[in-house]
Design a protein around this ligand. Structure first.
Ligand code: GLN
Ligand code: ZN
Length: 751
């Protein structure tokens, strides 16, 4: 049986791409050096896969920032404002990704959005009425030839035209139907160009097919691929889908002239049923995604082989369920994790072995095979996994635990009287710049180079300075700055029972930002108070209110690698109880405002609307309420969410019953404000007034303009003024300048 990998990690085993890119951005290295680093990374991935004997290895899965941006660039879909900067190709590319502020101009980055239900982000292509769509780039060809020169004949992976169009934003009067045939024509040229250069296999990634599709969508898909497939010039075409099943279009897909279709048997709840009921054409290859590209647990060969044996298709290839971009490189880098833990995990490299073993076992009398027996032994049990007390606590939760009293309107009055904040109160989202010294202090402490006292002393000095700065700037609600945290989820994980940690298990979040999700290993509980001392100290430095800062249960779970042996709901409730303990301790220690971040709440919303409540919101929203339901009426609960794409779940967000919510709005044109108004949103709101994902300093006028728009839609008494996310990725200077402008803008608006 043959094997396939949809895409391989590309940040470098030691995050080489991040470090090289950042050096390049700072002007410390030139473009050539950056290109050389990238080439090494690609080579490493290709040779690993080749060594592992993978049959279908992808090229063009690499990206300097994001594959959707690459595709936009490939077809010349570059908004005029970036062209006007007159930068080099790579300069223009990075200006679209990160914004540009310098001698050649001042433009914001393209909008950044979460990639389906992952924590990866793509840049939203913009198509306006003047966009001249034309194949202008050669990246897929170059990377195909580069791989070939290394002795790897790859399938060339490209973002498919349907998904690309569905994700693009149309800023003028044109619609998808106005540009789809032009774009299709350019894709056909790409296929020809690849064919001329010797490529024999192309993979079109069309994850959008796993969403709810309208009749119009289906017609569009058919139209696009009928044209492309009529011109494939002997090249074999794989339609690759992932993150779910393609129930709305399975029939159409299987009659089109694809040579192969890739289906996700992990997240696609109905995939097996679709194939079973409708059959799969004998002249096509089915790429069966049974090795989870998103989680890090060992594959259960019994299950996978059962799945594969259940598929009635003439020709099956065993594949990853999605790109391995979402998992870390290799367990080899984990030197501190004991073998009894490690043996239960598979990162990208180990997944290559799994693919090979499954392929070898398939069609044999596998029950007696060594590889099979060894694999099955892993599922007999794990050490340190169960905690009866935690299980009992979850079982004892009652309906009353999910309800906060008195109701919002009453609490709002009580809190306004107690906090006595000005109109349009100003605040930040929590973290302040994680400068070199801050990171060094944490690392030194971790390595044992400094004592606990020295570590704490340093952080306290930082907190005191940070508070002084905020007082000088004139912010109304102060934060301590989060200097003790590497990451908003890992930090809590480290202080909870039931977690295990990795050293180098980084995965890409966006651009040069990588995250190292902790692993939920067993039942979760809090060992001891986590943030209380820091918050207490911070409050002792100022008369202004200091906001306690926690991460909510849904985000902790969503940004960890979750268990596969108990339900997500059960895990979330365990975490909620642990965070609730922390909330009540903060309150008991004099912290009157507590922010519980749910940055990742939106991202795990099922891709199909019909599943939103039944499979997610029905337990995610109550879990948040469980965390804060027992605080006093005067304690103000804030929450924060990144990305404002929650227009369609506004009632659910309101049902979190927080007192204030801050969220990202600056990159998405404040569309959400209308929806808040329409839905009579009761929670007070701070739609971010500037984009912190870019180093650009917003002007006072710009912020005043944003606030003026907001005031039209949001009651004065409910509007907060804040950046759109935490400031940890920014530098000191731009942060101070931006916040000074923010406070000045609030002052002007009050006047
Ligand atoms: N409180 C966190 C911070 O400021 C929130 C981060 C986030 O929303 N991603 O860093
Ligand atoms: Zn955020």
């Amino acid at each position: 049986m043959n094997t396939s990998v949809i895409g391989y990690p590309r940040i470098g085993k030691d995050r080489e791409l991040k470090f090289a890119s950042e050096k390049y951005f700072r002007g410390e290295i030139g473009g050539d050096e950056l290109l050389a680093v990238a080439k090494e990374i690609r080579k490493g991935g290709l040779l690993k896969q080749k060594e592992a004997g993978i049959t279908y290895i992808s090229s063009n899965d690499f990206s300097f920032y994001d594959n959707v941006l690459d595709t936009a660039f490939l077809f010349g879909i570059v908004p005029q404002r970036y062209k006007d900067l007159g930068l080099s190709d790579i300069g223009t590319y990075f200006a679209m990704a990160r914004g540009y502020q310098g001698e050649k101009g001042n433009v914001k980055a393209l909008a950044l959005k979460k990639w389906f239900n992952t924590n990866y982000h793509y840049l939203v292509p913009e198509i306006d009425d003047d966009t001249n769509i034309a194949l202008t780039g050669t990246k897929p060809v170059d990377e195909y030839l580069e791989a070939k020169a290394l002795g790897v004949d790859t399938k060339v992976a490209v973002t498919g035209p349907f998904t690309f169009l569905k994700l693009a934003k149309f800023t003028g009067s044109k619609k998808i139907s106005d540009v789809s045939s032009v774009l299709t024509g350019e894709y056909i040229k790409l296929v020809s160009l690849l064919a001329e250069n010797g490529a024999s296999f192309i993979e079109f990634d069309e994850p959008y097919l796993v969403r709810d599709l309208s009749a119009e969508d289906i017609a569009l898909f058919k139209e696009i691929y009928t044209s492309i497939l009529a011109e494939k010039k002997g090249v074999k075409v794989l339609l690759q889908t992932y993150f779910g099943d393609i129930r709305d279009i399975y029939g159409e897909v299987t009659v089109l002239d694809f040579d192969a279709v890739g289906l996700d048997f992990i997240e696609g709840r109905k995939t097996a049923e679709l194939v079973e009921k409708n059959g799969f054409p004998a002249d096509k290859i089915l790429f069966a995604g049974v090795v989870n590209g998103k989680n890090i647990w060992r594959n259960n060969y019994k299950k996978s082989l059962e799945t594969l044996n259940g598929i009635k298709a003439a020709n099956i290839v065993v594949s990853t369920s999605c790109s391995l971009l979402h998992v870390p490189y290799s367990l080899e880098s984990e030197t501190k994790l004991a073998e009894e833990y490690k043996k239960h995990f598979a990162f990208a490299e180990e997944k290559l072995t799994e693919l090979g073993e499954i392929a070898a076992l398939y069609g044999t009398d596998f029950e007696n095979a060594e590889a099979y027996k060894k694999n099955q032994a892993l599922f007999e049990g794990r050490v340190d996994c169960e905690d009866k007390d935690v299980q009992a606590r979850v079982a004892a939760i009652t309906d009353a635990d999910y309800v906060r009293l008195p109701v919002f309107e009453e609490r709002e009055k009580i809190q306004k009287a107690k906090l006595n904040l000005p109109l349009f109160p100003t605040t930040t989202i929590g973290s302040f710049p994680q400068t070199q010294d801050v990171r060094k202090n944490r690392q030194d402490f971790k390595k044992g180079n400094i004592t606990k006292e020295e570590y704490v002393e340093f952080n306290k000095r930082k907190i005191a300075e940070c508070i002084k700065l905020q007082e000088e700037i004139g912010l109304d609600v102060i934060v301590h700055g989060e200097f003790e945290r590497n990451d908003m989820v890992e930090y809590f994980g480290e202080n909870l029972n039931g977690y295990v940690f990795t050293e180098k298990a980084w995965v890409q979040s966006y651009g040069t930002r990588n995250v190292k999700p902790p692993i939920i290993w067993g039942d979760v509980s809090r060992r001891a108070p986590i943030t209380v001392e820091w918050s207490k100290f911070a409050q002792s430095c100022t008369d202004k209110p200091v906001k306690g800062m926690l991460t909510g249960p849904v985000t902790i779970l969503n940004w960890s690698f979750p268990r596969e042996d108990i339900s997500i709901k059960e895990s979330i409730l365990q975490i909620a109880l642990a965070i609730r303990d922390e909330v009540l301790d903060l309150e008991a220690n004099g912290i009157g405002i507590i922010q519980i971040d749910e940055a990742a709440l939106r991202e795990k919303l099922p891709l199909r609307k019909s599943d939103w409540y039944g499979e997610y919101l029905d337990f995610a929203i109550p879990a948040f309420r469980l965390v804060h339901s027992k605080v006093k009426p005067e304690t103000q609960i804030h929450t924060h969410m990144c990305y404002s794409e929650f227009t369609d779940i506004i009632p659910a967000i309101d049902a979190m019953d927080a007192d204030v919510i801050t969220f990202e709005a600056s990159r998405s044109d404040l569309q959400i404000l209308d929806s808040l108004k329409e839905n009579n949103f009761k929670t007070e709101v701070g739609p971010g007034v500037y984009d912190i994902h870019s180093p650009r300093v917003p002007s006072v006028e710009e912020i005043v303009a944003a606030l003026t728009k907001m005031r039209e839609k949001i009651e004065e008494s409910k509007l907060w003024v804040n950046p759109d996310c935490g400031l940890k990725t920014r530098g000191d200077e731009e942060t101070k300048k931006s916040l000074v402008n923010l406070v000045e803008a609030a002052r002007q608006i009050r006047g």
